[in-house]
Design a protein around this ligand. Structure first.
Ligand code: SAH
Length: 340
């Protein structure tokens, strides 16, 4: 059985050729699977009976199933999805920001162990395949009725995307297909903890997603503690890598900065952040901590967040504060974990 969910367009066409069918049917099949959410070949009514039978016999389309769906007071919807081997992941639909956004996972669990993140407490269970990453988008697009509409995706769910490089990039390619969901890579934001070799590879890609960097600290000592991968790729190396990223004309790198009371939320921290980003096309997204049981930090007061933001503005750094969405159902940043 060939799993069509794992194939990009070219591979699908090769598979068709191997099955003795013309390649151009790849386009129709992509439309069925991605645009219409149909995975049963017998329902693909513009294919010949013979091809439908061949597909039924030799192929399958693995699709995550919805094990649970929770809707937050603010409309944010968290999906618990079950994969073919029974592993569970979470994906989140965040409506009206003003865009429609899907927050997608790239791994089951995560190896990075950032000190304030719940997913990190699970450890890495396994990587997701390209088909599982794109499959989440297929499922959410159809569940929300947005398959024909414009939406964004953020690779900010469970996992570190650059720790699962090839499947992530393949999924981005599959989702970009014009006969599929036609998701322009510009509408995809890849968020990384700063895996520098992955960033350098990304710099060479033809289809480049937008980039977000989880910075969270302004001194090496502080980042070593909060984001352990800093011991391997430190702030200096990370910022150098950011300077080397090819940028779109009006593009900016987003720097995410989780705010932890009494830890990295002082005025001095803010001043150091301004200095660190000098000369970069940067915008900062402040993420006041979403507290969770077992996470040994506190969320700073709104006043502290505002005072911090003011220093950035005064330093000519663009800044936004991320509104926590779906906190009541633990769907907000850093709150995704499936073993609890
Ligand atoms: N591994 C990638 C993708 C996760 S993105 C990365 O680290 O960038 C999720 C974002 O939420 C990251 O910036 C992460 O650091 C942040 N985050 C993690 N735990 C959080 C929490 N408890 N509160 C707020 N933000 C958190």
């Amino acid at each position: 059985m060939t799993d069509l969910a794992e194939l990009d367009r070219r591979e699908l066409e090769e598979t068709l050729a191997d099955l003795g069918a013309p390649r151009f049917h790849g386009r129709q099949i992509y439309r069925w699977i991605y645009k219409r959410g149909v995975t049963d070949p017998s329902a693909m009514t513009d294919l010949s009976q013979k091809l439908r039978a061949t597909l039924a016999e030799h192929t399958t389309v693995s699709t995550p199933t919805v094990a649970r769906k929770q809707v937050s007071e603010d409309g944010t919807t968290k999906f618990l999805l079950k994969l073919a081997d029974g592993q569970l992941i979470e994906s989140v639909y965040i409506p009206d920001t003003p865009a429609q956004t899907f927050c997608i996972s790239t791994q089951v669990g995560c190896a990075m162990k950032c000190a304030f993140c719940l997913t990190g407490t699970m450890g890495l269970i396994r990587n997701l395949t390209a088909g599982e990453i794109a499959g989440q988008v297929r499922v959410l697009a159809h569940e929300t009725g947005l398959a024909d509409k414009i939406f964004n995706i953020v690779l900010m769910g469970m996992g570190e995307p650059l720790h699962n490089y090839d499947p992530v990039m393949k999924a981005i390619r599959m989702l970009a297909d014009k006969d599929g969901l036609d998701l322009h890579p510009r509408r995809v934001t890849l968020s990384t903890v700063g895996v520098v070799p992955g960033m350098m590879k990304l710099a060479e890609e033809e289809l480049m997603p937008s980039l977000a960097i989880s910075l969270h600290a302004t001194t090496e000592e502080q980042r070593d503690r909060l984001v352990p991968i800093n011991r391997k790729y430190d702030i200096k190396e990370l910022i150098d890598a950011c300077r080397k990223m090819p940028m779109r004309r009006r593009g900016k790198i987003m720097f995410e900065y989780v705010m932890l009371a009494g830890e990295n939320d002082s005025i001095d921290d803010a001043k150091r952040l301004v200095k660190l980003l000098r000369g970069l096309k940067a915008k900062v997204n402040l993420l006041p901590l979403n507290e969770a049981p077992g996470i040994p930090f506190k969320r700073p007061s709104d006043d502290a967040v505002n005072a911090f933001a003011k220093v950035l503005v005064a330093g000519d750094v663009r800044v936004t504060v991320r509104k926590s969405r779906g906190r009541d159902i633990r769907a907000a940043c850093g709150q995704l974990a499936t073993d609890k």
